[in-house]
Design a protein around this ligand. Structure first.
Ligand SMILES: N[C@@H](CCC[C@H](N)C(=O)O)C(=O)O
Length: 314
């Protein structure tokens, strides 16, 4: 067994939290085993064990474990600096894209270089990223959402738009990874509605959809409720919850999910305008989904703590 210790940083974006490992400096032989062990919410990385935890500057959710490990490689010979991103999830799988993870990558790269603009190489394509002046928020270009059945993918010839799948009415699309979006009536603040979004047992209703035959690669499953349709002077507001493939549970926030929710709401005519605010449990995200071209995702990012972890945790 290797006793090698791997330095890492922990960051989060609206509560979607990640361990970050500099892949240029650290070798982790079995990345899946590393992620499975250290992301575990009961036995994984514990911030209380490390200096810098809750340092008063970037006070994160400070939960044990994480939603994934970002292995990053920086290529400063490019302008803007390029970062190659690989996300290994708590079940050991590798995700092709992660919106909140990419926002964390931009902040991590800023903390190393002082730059504010980056290109991030993901398995879903190369994405432009920027951090704001004090690096408390990051914006990612998210590519163009697609409902094309071959690209979601869904196992049928027509787009899957607002149809029943395993007990939910679902719209299927790909925003870098596959998503199923299901709109429900009551928003988080509709406290008198017994069926409001937060009353739904997501851990019970999502897995049958996540594993449905119509999704050959599986899907992340989002519940969404339109709070404001954007017909007034402000952008639309949508409450969101996401059950993530790879985490196999609900996360505090999902960036590709937020873009999927807004793109699906636009497709179904539920909101007006190309900008919207998504409200996952972990905070607020600003999304744009233009009629053509790249969507964008903007929201807060924060550093939690720094430490070292065993490279081979078995
Ligand atoms: N949390 C992410 C999504 C990560 C990928 C997803 N779990 C999958 O496997 O499809 C985000 O912020 O987009």
């Amino acid at each position: 067994m290797s006793m090698h210790a791997v330095p890492f940083e922990k960051y989060h974006g609206t509560g979607n939290d990640f361990l970050v490992v500099d892949a240029d400096k650290q070798s982790v032989r079995d990345r899946a085993a590393f992620a499975r062990a250290h992301c575990d919410r009961e036995t994984g990385v514990d911030g209380a064990a490390f200096d810098g935890h809750g340092d008063g500057h970037d006070d994160g959710p400070n939960r044990r474990g994480a939603d994934g490990v970002l292995f990053l490689s920086v290529e400063t010979r490019f302008d803007p600096t390029r970062v190659v991103m690989t996300l290994v999830q708590p079940d050991g799988s590798t995700a092709t894209m992660c919106g909140n993870g990419a926002r964390v990558v931009a902040r991590w790269a800023h903390d190393r270089t002082g730059d504010h603009e980056f290109m991030i190489d993901t398995q879903a394509g190369t994405r432009h990223a920027s951090v704001n002046a004090d690096a408390t928020a990051a914006t990612i270009e998210m590519g163009a959402p697609t409902f094309d059945p071959r690209r979601v993918p869904v196992a049928r010839d027509d787009p899957l738009i607002d149809e029943p799948v395993e007990g939910l009415r679902v719209t299927a699309l790909n925003t870098g990874v596959p998503h199923a979006v299901s709109f429900v009536d009551g928003g988080r603040d509709d406290v008198d509605d017994p069926d409001r979004i937060d009353e739904i047992d997501l851990d019970a209703v999502a897995p049958p959809v996540r594993h449905a035959d119509v999704f050959p690669d599986g899907a992340n499953v989002n519940l969404a409720s339109v709070v404001d349709d954007g017909s007034g002077s402000d952008p639309a507001v949508i409450d969101q919850r996401t059950f993530e493939r790879g985490v196999e549970g609900e996360t505090r926030s999902c960036g590709t999910g937020a873009v999927a929710v807004v793109a699906a709401a636009r497709r179904l005519g539920l909101i007006e305008g190309e900008s919207a605010v998504s409200r996952p449990p972990g905070g607020e995200l600003e999304i744009t989904v233009p009629d053509a071209g790249h969507a964008t995702l903007t929201g807060p990012v924060a550093h939690e703590f720094t430490g070292t972890l065993p490279a081979d945790p078995r």
